[in-house]
Design a protein around this ligand. Structure first.
Ligand code: AMP
Ligand code: ZN
Length: 115
């Protein structure tokens, strides 16, 4: 728990969110400013600022695997077969909340390249 972190505060239920799924390691909730009919954020419960802080060995392997695997499992459970997973790392890449999160976007056709 990082007390100044918005997403840690959502995990702690100090800030409300529309939570779609929770288990021991991840939380999935609706993005407050959806960019697609389905727009969820998949976050690890353990605070880490972004992919730039992931270390190769140890618990981070599990954390990184969990967010990706559970994003895919959640999409499958909702019958969403076509979706986009996005991770912004760093302000120039569009990261605004510095708690690692995977955007799960679906329910419409996507274009490429992203902006
Ligand atoms: P990023 O720009 O990749 O760091 O993504 C941060 C995302 O968090 C944005 O898509 C925001 O719309 C979303 N967001 C910010 N505040 C909240 C909140 N209180 N509840 C849910 N989503 C939020
Ligand atoms: Zn956090």
């Amino acid at each position: 728990m990082s007390p100044d972190c918005l997403f840690c505060r959502i995990i702690a239920r100090q800030i409300p969110a529309k939570i779609e799924y929770e288990d021991d390691s991840v939380l999935i909730f609706n993005d407050i400013n959806p960019q697609a009919p389905v727009h969820c954020l998949v976050i690890p419960k353990r605070h880490i600022a972004g992919t730039g802080e992931l270390k190769q060995a140890g618990q981070d392997d599990q954390l990184a695997g969990d967010v990706l695997f559970k994003a895919a499992a959640f999409a499958r459970s909702r019958g969403i077969s076509d979706y986009r997973l996005v991770v912004n790392n760093g302000p120039k890449a569009g990261q605004t909340v510095f708690h690692l999160h995977v955007h799960l976007l679906g329910g419409r056709n996507m274009t490429w390249p992203p902006g």
